[in-house]
Write a protein that binds this ligand. Sequence first.
Ligand SMILES: [Fe+2]
Length: 290
Amino acid sequence: MSMEKHSVLKPIGLVHGHTEVRFLDDTIPVLTKVLGLDMLDRHDHEAVLKHPNTGWKLIVHEGGAEVQAKPERNHYGVRVANNEQVDHAYQYLLAHREELKLTKVVKRKERAGSYSMFFVEPGGNYWEIESYENRHKAGLPYEVAFPWKTVLTEERLPGCGYVPQAMTHGTMECTDLQASKKFYQQGLGLEVITHVPTIEPHDVKHPTTPWYVVSLEVPAKNKHYLTPLQRYTVAVESSTALVEAQREFSARKDEFGLTSVEAVQESRGAQSFQICDLDRNWWEITYLAS
Ligand SMILES: [Fe+2]
């Protein structure tokens, strides 16, 4: 008799990515002027940004001068329409490096059809500007390679020579992908996919939306441990579902190898709790009362 266990969460979305920066005043101009994000809200030490073509929000936390630089394997990425725009972005960011206070601007070798460049914003975080032009040519469906409904025009970022059309992904490190996948799928209720048939699926996403979190397997000795401010947020449909999920994760903590399951808290009209997973990556489960 086969008894498939239900996932702990039945999430309604992967709704937020979080990032910790040093100073909002240094980072926000980079996010808005060269990555094409809109600022929706700003409090004292927190700002909410969003790309117009992408539904998830980026929550930016200000931590001050002592915030540690994060590794390349914990970056967020935006996608442009073609490889030429990646070259333009590289040239533009090199030329404006000082004015934007970027600490690094680097070109990357094409990997499995993904053509991209990286830079480090003044808050200590890598960002990627990527093109899936060659992945599409290799057979990746158009709507996956170019996950936007409205094409933004040059006026979005005047004079830059490229336009980020979507904020496609975040990334994190894991040390045992198979064990971690069990938590992503059977715990968080998310799916794990790949865009390239030869690569083991490791992109964690909600089935109804295109953005994803890449889980990169690394040897334990290379794993970086970040703060809860570098978390991802998954939403559930009700307050009851949230409380039940907290209870079930607590009960199944050992089964999923979780490092910690925090208590439910309330702030600014949302109820949530945090989980530190088997890789000590942080997740927030939330009910956003609307
Ligand atoms: Fe990436």
